[in-house]
Design a protein around this ligand. Structure first.
Ligand code: G3P
Ligand code: MG
Length: 250
């Protein structure tokens, strides 16, 4: 019997090969893989622009220094976010959330947008994201997630028609109680937590929650997650992920 084929997502775009969260990494996820969607991360600049980037500060993946919350959009746009990965990728620049949404709409990619509000608590981030998604009528193409579960609770109250997800990366006590307390639609566990507590997949499904797991970068664990019946797998290597899905799920 064929296995259910989960949705296959490119983590920060095709970040295994290209600079994470760059326009090139998003474009290559489309051109070079069969990915159904991309996962990406959003922050707010000093002057209130929603920008696509992973870390709260820019050092690791750009030629600048400082926190996004302290930099204007023009300062952020001046950064090179490609050359750190390889000189061949120099000239990549930060996208706004609007640019990323327009790209997803055009390419018909789904988007898992991670709200990066668990270190810097950006005021009003939830409503700003909702406004951008609604302006494009993309509520059914975007689902959000965050390690900040209070934010996901607020998001759901503000916007019942966009799916929310709880990211977590450590084993928690009494998951049954925790998810009853939450209004989130989906769970986003780090994949090894499902190997540590295999019963969680059925628990989440019994509550009508999808299981969207990350960041699965090797073939063995990709196949394992498919066999466990997860709904979405997020990987830095969406090319490999597509090949494994073809083998395991048919
Ligand atoms: O959304 C899955 C994953 O991206 C969460 O962690 O740090 O890679 O954004 P991180
Ligand atoms: Mg992320």
């Amino acid at each position: 019997m064929d296995m259910k084929r989960p949705l296959l997502f490119a983590h920060r775009g095709f970040s295994g090969e290209y600079p994470e969260n760059s326009p090139l990494a998003f474009q290559m996820a489309v051109e070079k893989t069969c990915a159904d969607g991309i996962e990406s991360d959003v922050h707010i600049s000093k002057d209130g622009k929603l920008v696509i980037f992973h870390d709260a500060s820019v050092e690791r993946t750009s030629n600048g220094t400082g926190f996004i919350k302290d930099m204007t959009y023009d300062e952020l746009l001046a950064l090179d976010i490609g050359a750190w990965k390889s000189p061949a990728f120099a000239g990549q620049h930060i996208w706004t959330l609007g640019q990323l949404l327009d790209f997803c709409k055009e390419t018909r990619l789904l988007l898992n947008l991670e709200l990066k509000n668990y270190e810097v608590f950006y005021s009003g981030l939830e409503q700003r994201v909702i406004d951008e998604v609604r302006a494009r009528n993309m509520q059914d193409r975007v689902f959000v997630s965050s390690f900040n579960h209070i934010s996901m609770q607020r998001f759901k109250e503000l916007c019942p028609d966009i799916e929310t997800g709880l990211l977590y990366d450590k084993p928690l006590l009494d998951m049954e109680h925790y998810i009853r307390r939450s209004s989130a639609d989906n769970m986003h566990p780090r994949y090894m937590l499902l190997q540590y507590q295999p019963e969680l997949v059925d628990l989440f499904h019994s509550r009508g929650m999808k299981v969207n797991t990350w960041t699965v970068n090797d073939a063995e664990n990709m196949a394992d997650m498919m066999r466990r019946g997860v709904d979405c797998i997020i990987s830095n290597h969406p090319d490999l992920l597509c090949r494994v899905a073809d083998e395991v799920c048919g």
